[in-house]
Design a protein around this ligand. Structure first.
Ligand SMILES: Cc1cc2nc3c(=O)[nH]c(=O)nc-3n(C[C@H](O)[C@H](O)[C@H](O)COP(=O)(O)OP(=O)(O)OC[C@H]3O[C@@H](n4cnc5c(N)ncnc54)[C@H](O)[C@@H]3O)c2cc1C
Length: 454
């Protein structure tokens, strides 16, 4: 191991500055390269998830680099899903039966800036307007093209970390060599995309709808969600099919857009005076799951975050998973600091199954959010889960395992959570009312089930 080893991190989005800061804290010389301009100096374009749900897995590495308190001070806690039905009625479905468990709505740009500031303060060199256009994984050379000068330059590193997101150039350069490395890659687009809209604050700066919830308007084939921002506004996202008579592709004039919202979301319209402007000006985003393997090349380069495993946003875990990548990577690093070949191999073997699991869970959760939450058996299941969690703190629903239990790997949360879901849904299909259920005996049955997984 040599602390003079040079590390290049490509991408200063959410996970790039975090892993850069964590490796800098371990004594390495770290440089962070970003293709966009410095976001602290330019206005950001709208339309790519203005806020995000930050939860327990993501908070651990933020704590390690000393920004957790600062970040949490800017968040709005959300204790459950506020479900808005077709008739305009609302119902809060809590995320957990345990007191105080919440997910946190945080500004993407604000969080990104806090992470970059922290990385810089620890001594990470940050370069903007530098686009990675190629990587020689054998020699450890990254080729950057400057958007400022147009000049290309080669930079050498002992370790290259590709944190350049969904469209990763580092991953692409691994693919270029796929016959030699047997690099496998898949990119599965959903037939649904998303559009960002917003609810402004009330006249007095107040929140127009309940502040401490993630709001959902489930409508079967599509849904709207809204996450609160500190300033009293909400970032609203419509998830909807591209195809069909009322699909995104056919909502192409003011009349059809307004008719769609009046038909399915009339109760939100009163809160969205700018719906047409937002709809027409904001891009319609694609949603896809990316899987690939191996994540490392030549013991020299490694993919983390979305570059290795982009997931659809329906579990609110893409960023949290990417942050957890950084915790897992540094923990493995600390066992044999600087032994890159071993670290990269161990990291990818440890982490792949968990990234796959959250990718699959996220796709499944879309159906749950837009459809199942309104189903009677699902409502009963959630009620029982809340009772179980409130009575037995060691009981954890699938949602709690994924969101509030970093000690449980995603793959375990998926396998045990699916079995619990199947058991409880089957149980609920046979009862009319959850109030008379013997919770103690239900818990005993669930404990027997759990033994198969631990
Ligand atoms: C609509 C939506 C909602 C979401 N909601 C949530 C949520 O609630 N909770 C959650 O946990 N996750 C959420 N996510 C997922 C989350 O946004 C991603 O998982 C997270 O941003 C991944 O971080 P990253 O650092 O890997 O990639 P990014 O944050 O995308 O950063 C990649 C960076 O690399 C830069 N870059 C790209 N190419 C190059 C290049 N060639 N050279 C140099 N730099 C380059 C980019 O400019 C960017 O700054 C959501 C995603 C979407 C689309």
């Amino acid at each position: 191991m040599s602390k003079s080893d040079k590390i290049i991190v490509v991408g200063a989005g959410l996970s790039g500055p975090l892993i850069a800061a964590m490796m800098r804290k371990r004594g390495y010389e770290v440089s962070l390269y970003e293709s966009r301009p410095d976001m602290r100096k330019v206005e950001m374009a709208a339309g790519r998830s203005i806020n995000l749900a930050l939860s327990d897995r993501g908070l651990i590495p933020l704590d390690e680099i000393g920004v957790k308190e600062e970040v949490m001070a800017t968040t709005v806690p959300m204790y459950g899903r506020m479900i808005h039905d077709n008739e305009g009625n609302t119902r809060l479905s809590r995320y957990s039966g345990r007191e105080g468990e919440a997910i946190n709505s945080v500004s993407r740009a604000g969080l990104n800036i806090q992470l970059i500031n922290k990385a810089e303060s620890l001594g990470v060199n940050v370069f903007y307007n530098e686009k990675c256009v190629g990587v020689d994984h054998k020699k450890g050379i990254v080729n950057f093209k400057s958007y400022t000068t147009g000049i290309e330059s080669d930079v050498h590193a002992d370790l290259i970390i590709g944190a350049d997101g969904f469209g990763s150039a580092v991953r692409e350069s691994m693919y270029d060599n796929h016959r030699e490395t047997r690099f496998s890659f898949s990119q599965d687009y959903l037939s649904h995309g998303y559009k960002e809209l917003h609810i402004p604050p009330g006249d007095d700066g107040s929140f127009r709808i309940d502040k401490n919830a993630l709001h959902i308007w489930p409508r079967g084939g599509h849904m709207v969600i809204a996450l609160p921002n500190e300033d009293g506004s909400f970032t609203v996202t419509l998830f909807h099919s591209f195809d069909g008579d009322e699909g995104f592709d056919n909502l192409n004039d003011d009349k059809s857009i307004m008719a769609f919202f009046k038909k399915y979301y009339s109760d939100i319209l009163q809160h969205m005076p700018d719906v047409l402007t937002d709809f027409n000006e904001n891009p319609t985003g694609n949603l896809a799951t990316v899987k690939c393997y191996p994540w490392q090349s030549n013991g020299r380069s490694i993919l983390i975050g979305d570059s290795a495993h982009a997931v659809v946003p329906f579990y609110g875990q893409g960023m949290n998973c990417s942050f957890e990548d950084c915790s897992v990577f540094t923990k493995i690093h600390d066992e044999h600091p600087g032994n890159w070949k071993w670290i990269l191999e161990t990291y990818q073997q440890t982490r792949k199954k968990d990234a796959d699991a959250i990718g699959d869970l996220a796709v499944e959760n879309y159906v749950e959010m837009r459809d199942s939450v309104a189903h009677p058996d699902f409502k009963e299941k959630r009620e029982l889960e809340m009772k179980l969690e409130a009575t037995y703190p060691d009981y954890k629903s699938k949602y709690s395992m994924v969101t509030f239990s970093p000690e449980i790997p995603y793959s375990m949360a998926m396998n045990l959570g699916r079995a619990q879901d199947e058991f409880l849904l089957n149980f609920c299909s046979k009862i009319d009312d959850v109030s008379g259920v013997d919770i103690a005996s239900l818990k005993e049955s669930l404990d027997v089930l759990k033994k198969q997984f631990v």
